[in-house]
Design a protein around this ligand. Structure first.
Ligand code: COA
Length: 205
């Protein structure tokens, strides 16, 4: 898999006995610890909340265990100058050879990525989600389990795609938008809006 210049890769950077700091302490953080254990059984994972951040040594390896895209981006931006964020790809993910991948992107078990896909920094593709040809996933965006992103879809930064959602081809999802679980998105979603339903409609505040 291709990577953005300068991105770290856990395979090369973690040594036996090293600690990896999982940022977050909820269920997703434990899932990230499990992913690291699959990739590197000799590494020690420490789940830490924000109050512990000042104690994390400079240059340490970090993995975002935060499921809310705004909080995920904030943590990444706070810490990226002094921590290393590896790209993690589960061995049971199927990733096209020409996928380009930003620092800290995470691809979990069962994910399928086809061809010419770009993954932004610190994004998360969760279990069994799919990403079709020429799609782009923005920085800090979270794609929840089972979501299907069709060919040519452009997903902005800090977007949440709910579990099982379907985004049809060439649709654009604006920065900070939320696509509800199970939604079928036929049209572009403006930045910051929440859409739900089949077909997806903007949810009024
Ligand atoms: C869309 C979403 C963000 C809305 O959350 P919220 O603002 O807290 O909304 P509420 O739960 O207060 O629901 C508000 C209304 O929207 C409806 N609604 C909420 N989510 C919906 C969805 N995914 N599809 C259809 N309707 C939905 C509710 O039934 C409720 O309708 P009502 O006003 O007629 O009673 C959230 O429901 C969602 O789908 N999040 C994705 C979660 C996910 O993927 N979880 C998996 C984690 S692994």
């Amino acid at each position: 898999m291709g990577q953005a210049a300068g991105s770290a890769h856990l395979e090369r950077s973690v040594v036996e006995g090293e600690e990896v700091y999982i940022l977050g302490s909820g269920g997703l953080a434990r899932e990230m610890a499990q992913l690291i254990t699959v990739l590197h059984p000799w590494v020690t994972c420490r789940l830490v909340d924000r109050s512990y951040e000042p104690s994390i040594p400079d240059g340490a390896e970090g993995v975002l265990g935060i499921g809310s895209p705004p909080a995920r981006l904030k943590a990444y931006d706070r810490l990226r100058s002094r921590m290393r964020f590896p790209v993690l790809v589960h061995p049971r993910a199927d990733v096209g050879s020409d996928t380009r991948c930003g620092i800290g992107a995470i691809v979990t078990s069962g994910v399928v990525i086809t061809t010419n896909v770009r993954l932004g920094e610190a994004c998360l593709l969760n279990l069994n989600s799919t990403v079709g040809h020429d799609a782009q996933i923005g920085r800090g965006t979270v794609v929840n389990p089972g979501a299907a992103i069709s060919g040519g879809v452009l997903v902005g930064e800090g977007v949440l795609i709910g579990t099982g959602a379907r985004i049809l081809e060439n649709v654009r999802i604006g920065d900070g938008a939320v696509v509800g679980a199970g939604a079928v998105v036929l049209e572009d979603v403006p930045a910051g809006r929440v859409v739900v339903g089949v077909p997806a409609k903007v949810m009024l505040p």
